[in-house]
Structures are given as C-alpha cells and as structure tokens.
Design a protein around this ligand. Structure first.
Ligand code: PGA
Length: 249
C-alpha cells in the first residue's frame, strides 16, 4: 500500500507572519492526521521560519526548485546542499510554471532530478500537458516524453526514489480540475510506463495529482487507485482548506 502524500506548494506567496500561522495550524492538527505524509514547500526565504515552526512534528519540509550544480558561482541560485542544511527533505522539480516562465526543459528537469537524488533530497517531478496539447490528443505523448527524459537521466532503478506529480497545466490555478476519470487515466498511463521498464518501481512510486485540488473535490480524486496524493497550490495557503484535503486522504 502506498501511503498518501499531501504537499503544499506555496509558490511565491507568504510573509513570516503568515508562515508562522499556517505552519502552527497544520502542526497542531498533525497528531490527528495518521497514515498520511504531509510536506510544505514555502519559498526559499521562508524555509527557516517553517523549519522552526514544524520542528519536532511529523510535518516535512520541501523547496520549490533547486540548482543542478553544487555550490559555486551561480548568482541567485540555491543548491541541494543548502536545502538540506535548511531542513528540506523534498524538492519540487519541473513545475509547469518553471517550464513555461523560466525556460526549464525536459533536459534540465532530468539533471535537477539527478542532482537532488545524488544529494539526498526526494524529488517531486512534475509532468503535465497544456490545454492545446490535450485538445489535440497529445496529452499522453507529452507526459510520456517528459517522464522518459527523467528516466533516461537517472535510470529506471532510481525511479523508486522519486515522486511524480501529474499536473495538467490547464488545471493549475484555474479552478478547473481534471475529472477523477481523466486524472486516474493519466496516472494509470504513467504507472504503466514505469511498469513496462521495472515492475517494482511502478508499485513503489507515488504519483500525485495537482491542479485546483480543493477540499470539495479531494476525496473523489484521492479515492482513485493510482492517485497517491496531491500537490496543492492555492488551497495550501489556507489552513482549513489544506487540512480538509489532508483529512479526506
Ligand atoms: P493549484 O496549483 O492547486 O493552485 O492549482 C497546483 C500546483 O501548481 O502545484
């Protein structure tokens, strides 16, 4: 049985006061959230605040990106070693906003995933098609290509150590959600792709859904056999919404 994983992606939101309040509310509820994993991914600059607030609790910490290199002359970047030092266990890689707004490619996503694994971070690798790609029936080929380029970079054996997040771009921050059937269809397609290369990896790998997951649609999505949790953006900025999603898992 794969344990459900709920990840809050705060994106570029928050101040220290907000981080304090949100973490406090979530930590306070953690003892009632048995049998699920919860991780919060605040902006880099709020990681330390979040680390202090979640210390000693079951709530884990992650970052939203990392650089593919070790420490060095890369102005503005943040390394895996820094993230570990800041208390991170997880790191989101290849979010669609990174791909579309900051020019990340399948190649850089693969390299970042490898770097995270090599430095002991758990990567959450995002894949997903745009609205146009779905309208023209290319969704599975796009996702297959995104996933395969990561597999090619890290090797199929290492895929048991990554988490995949299927996030249809048209559902991110739009209020549109994939139906449970659409989401389950893609999750099962992703698992099949893993299974065709390594059966054990396919069984172990958690595949999260992301894209306007809310309290009111979470249980139908999280009830699907191949949906192992959620990557939650907007709703993770509100403790009641986020905890509501966690409870339905
Ligand atoms: P959303 O974002 O929940 O606000 O749609 C999800 C994500 O981008 O990870």
């Amino acid at each position: 049985m794969r344990k459900k994983l709920l990840v809050g992606n705060w994106k570029m939101n928050g101040r220290r006061v907000m981080a304090n309040e949100l973490c406090a509310a979530i930590v306070n509820e953690m003892q009632n959230l048995k049998n699920i994993d919860v991780a919060l991914c605040p902006p880099f600059i709020l990681l330390d605040e979040a680390r202090k607030m979640t210390a000693g609790s079951e709530c884990m910490l992650g970052a939203q990106d990392l650089d593919m290199h070790d420490d060095g002359a890369y102005t503005g970047q943040v390394s895996a070693g820094m993230l570990k030092d800041a208390g991170c266990e997880w790191v989101i890689i290849g979010h669609s906003e990174r791909r579309t707004l900051f020019g990340e490619t399948n190649l850089t996503v693969g390299k970042k995933t490898k770097q995270a694994l090599n430095r002991g971070l758990k990567p959450i690798v995002c894949v997903g098609e745009t609205e146009d790609e779905r309208k023209t029936g290319q969704e599975t080929s796009i996702v297959q290509e995104q996933l395969q380029s990561v597999i090619d970079e890290i090797g199929i054996d290492s895929c048991k150590d990554i988490t995949i997040a299927y996030e249809p771009v048209w559902a991110i921050g739009t209020g549109l959600t994939a139906t449970p059937e659409e989401a389950q269809g893609m999750h099962s397609f992703i698992r099949k792709q893993l299974r065709s290369q390594h059966d054990e990896t396919a069984k172990a790998c958690r595949i999260l859904y992301g894209g306007s997951m809310k309290q009111n649609n979470a249980s139908s999505l999280l009830g699907c056999p191949d949906i192992d949790g959620g990557l939650i953006g907007g709703a993770s900025l509100n403790a009641d919404e986020f905890l509501g999603i966690c409870r339905s898992a």
